[in-house]
Write a protein that binds this ligand. Structure first.
Ligand SMILES: Nc1ncnc2c1ncn2[C@@H]1O[C@H](COP(=O)(O)OP(=O)(O)OP(=O)(O)O)[C@@H](O)[C@H]1O
Ligand SMILES: [Mg+2]
Length: 219
């Protein structure tokens, strides 16, 4: 089953007279449960592509399907609902809320969906090996720990698809390994579809499929 599709996707930024074509003719089909790496040089369009797949940004050409939903033409409201149900997003910069503890950060997406379930957030904190840090604020956690909290937060609503932008970009090799194994395990043991943008070739090598992007095109 295909959980995600991009068809003839293109993105051009316009700034007055100036046009920058960042992505063109991207065609992509992602199967349920796949673990995919998107690799390519800095500035090649990887984050832009991930943002379009997640519906965080609109393309200038083409279509994106999440399941059977074509998302580029949806209202922000509908899109937010589908995103909330289908997607977990891990940002390179973690994007944790500094005034919330690790546990509260993980719980936040549940609360935003009107679900009060303490045990689910605790279970995920456990999964990422941070039960003993539940009362810590982001500033009291290492980079690797913050990244694992961000992964747990992306998982808390149990989405079938996880999109992660350079999730090991700020980590040392040990912490990188832990995050890579965690993401790989989600695909292997829990049937999640995992799409990861990475510079790290060791990481990319662990994926079932590598999509190489260069200059806005799939190679
Ligand atoms: N808002 C914008 N306006 C104009 N150009 C932009 C904008 N956002 C991104 N770009 C350009 O789009 C290109 C692709 O950016 P993108 O962030 O997708 O690259 P990337 O492959 O993720 O790079 P990196 O590996 O450094 O994160 C870059 O050349 C960037 O300068
Ligand atoms: Mg990027």
């Amino acid at each position: 089953m295909k959980v995600m599709r991009a068809i003839e996707l293109g993105k051009t930024y316009r700034d007055g007279e100036k046009e920058t074509e960042v992505l063109r003719q991207i065609n992509l089909e992602i199967e349920a449960g796949e673990f995919i790496a998107i690799a390519g040089p800095s500035g090649s369009g990887k984050s832009t592509l991930l943002g379009l797949l997640a519906g965080l940004d609109k393309p200038t050409q083409g279509n994106v399907f999440i399941g059977e939903h074509e998302i580029t033409s949806l209202s922000e409201n509908r899109l937010a609902k589908i995103r909330g149900k289908m997607l977990g997003f891990v940002f390179q910069s973690f994007n944790l809320i500094p005034t919330l503890t690790a546990l509260e950060n993980i719980e936040l997406p549940l609360l935003l969906n009107g679900i009060h379930d303490h045990s689910k957030a605790k279970e995920l904190l456990d999964l990422v090996g941070l039960s003993h840090r539940h009362k810590h604020y982001p500033s009291q956690l290492s980079g690797g720990e913050q990244q694992r909290v961000a992964v747990a937060r992306a998982l808390v609503c149990d989405p079938p698809i996880i999109l992660a932008d350079e999730p090991t970009g700020n980590l040392d090799s040990n912490n990188s390994k832990a995050v890579i194994e965690l993401l790989k395990g989600l695909s292997e043991n829990r049937g999640k579809t995992v799409v990861v943008v990475t510079h790290d070739l060791d990481f990319a090598a662990k994926a079932e499929r590598i999509i190489h992007i260069n200059d806005g095109r799939i190679q």
